[in-house]
Write a protein that binds this ligand. Structure first.
Ligand code: HEM
Length: 254
């Protein structure tokens, strides 16, 4: 135990930890995008999926805890490695502060990570905690219910992205995530010792293709709602039903 803790605190151990936690996060982000694309199916599809997850706490909580641990360990190893590198080379390479081969993504890994963390913080308050004061939509997420009285996640997503600046923020957030990922996936292979000069071009190509696919998949959701009005008819129907139910409850109380 003591030896493995010592290994994880070494530079090599931290690089390994970043690669393993990065793999977990990439798998989650890919699965989550596929789940979100159900917004392009009838509302029952994404609602069924969300109710399945919300109703299986023995599945939901282990996944949440693994994700939380992966995010914390990934952030901790990134920041400590960055600080160690900075301390070892405080003034950079004289006359050539950034190596020529460094891409925008590789030079902005720490900044990109902070932006993605901030985006994730907002996203969790927006759709998981459903904090009504931060979404800017003219409806209450808590009022959006299916005929069975369960949360209408489809209507909630449409209501959330009907606010143009929230949609724009999401597109920029997932843009930052995908830029971060395009370099991160290549670094992951390097840290795991799976990248050599033969495979490097393929890994680079695959990492960029994955980043572009994730960007298009994620950005399609806010864009389709904010620009093309996707799902608005369903949202209007649910809002009208909620208003009618509230009015009827008010009548009953009189
Ligand atoms: C257009 C983009 C996205 C949409 C529409 C979306 C949608 C959602 C929704 C509706 C939930 C709540 C699920 C529920 O409680 O039923 C959720 C939760 C979550 N999302 Fe996203 N998401 C998007 C992008 C992202 C990205 C880019 C990440 C990662 C960086 C992410 C990470 C998470 C996490 C960690 C949760 C919490 C899961 C839980 O424990 O309940 N999402 N998302």
């Amino acid at each position: 135990m003591k030896t493995s803790c010592k290994y994880l605190r070494s530079s090599l151990g931290k690089k390994y930890l970043m690669a393993v936690t990065g793999t977990v996060l990439v798998l989650f982000v890919t699965g989550h995008m596929v789940g979100n694309l159900q917004i392009f199916l009838p509302p029952e599809a994404i609602n069924r999926y969300a109710h399945f997850l919300q109703g299986n706490l023995e599945l939901l909580w282990p996944v949440r805890l693994i994700m939380l641990a992966a995010i914390c360990l990934h952030g901790w190893s990134a920041v400590t490695l960055w600080a160690e590198n900075k301390a070892a080379r405080p003034v950079g390479y004289y006359g050539n502060p950034t190596p020529l081969a460094a891409s925008v993504a590789s030079r902005t890994m720490i900044l990109g990570g902070v932006v993605v963390a901030a985006f994730l913080g907002y996203h969790l308050l927006h759709y998981t905690v459903k904090l009504e004061s931060i979404h800017g939509a003219p409806v209450w997420f808590a009022d959006l219910k299916t005929p069975e009285g369960l949360p209408d996640v489809y209507a909630m997503i449409v209501a959330g992205f009907s606010v143009w600046y929230v949609s724009l923020f999401y597109v920029l957030g997932v843009g930052a995530l995908c830029l971060h990922l395009s370099h991160g996936v290549q670094a992951m292979f390097q840290s795991l010792g799976l990248r050599n000069h033969v495979y490097a071009p393929c890994i680079k190509c695959a990492a960029r293709a994955l980043a572009v696919a994730l960007f298009l998949g994620y950005a399609a959701v806010p864009t389709s709602v904010a620009v093309f009005g996707h799902g608005k008819a369903h949202l209007n129907e649910i809002v009208q039903k909620a208003a009618a139910a509230k009015a009827a409850a008010g009548e009953l109380r009189k």
